[in-house]
Design a protein. Structure first.
Length: 167
């Protein structure tokens, strides 16, 4: 951990260690908020026979953002092995197909089955309901500002990946 801190360029100490309190830590608060929302989505999508993680896969495929296991694993920050096991379960359930890529026979594209397409139609409403409840009391301006801050944080992904301590 010390190597990570030393390797990172810190123009200023935005988060001084001497006043660190876990319950006030942005990482802790972001993690708790994400867990709270994920748990609520998980409870809602369980009625459809899937998990929150699986619902994320369906949304990425349905929107065309991803179409391979590798893209899904990278975009959703899921280990490649865990992603393969999840996709295997979805194939067995008849919700997903692996189709050989015509331009590269070594590659499999992922496609939703008819049942998968029918299932994914329910997801935007579920996500929307969870967000509407979770963000009760927030103004549209606050939500817009939070969205812009989170996008700014996510833009630092490459920097974080470059400064990670090698194993």
């Amino acid at each position: 951990m010390q190597r990570l801190i030393k390797n990172m360029a810190q123009p200023s100490s935005t988060f001084p260690l001497d006043v660190y309190q876990v319950e006030e830590s942005l990482g802790y608060l972001i993690s708790r908020a994400k867990t709270m929302l994920s748990k609520s989505v998980d409870e809602s999508v369980s009625k459809l026979g899937i998990t929150h993680a699986q619902s994320s896969v369906f949304m990425m495929l349905a929107t065309g953002k991803c179409d391979t296991a590798a893209e899904l694993a990278r975009d959703l920050f899921i280990d490649a092995g865990a992603m393969k096991r999840m996709l295997d379960r979805l194939v067995v359930k008849g919700l997903l197909l692996r189709v050989t890529d015509e331009s590269d026979k070594r590659l499999f594209k992922l496609e939703l089955t008819q049942a998968g397409h029918e299932l994914v139609q329910h997801l935007p409403g579920i996500y929307n309901d969870v967000l509407n409840i979770g963000f009760t009391g927030f103004s549209p301006e606050e939500i817009g500002f939070l969205r812009s801050l989170l996008k700014k944080l996510l833009a630092n992904r490459t920097l974080l990946e470059q400064t990670a301590v090698p194993k």
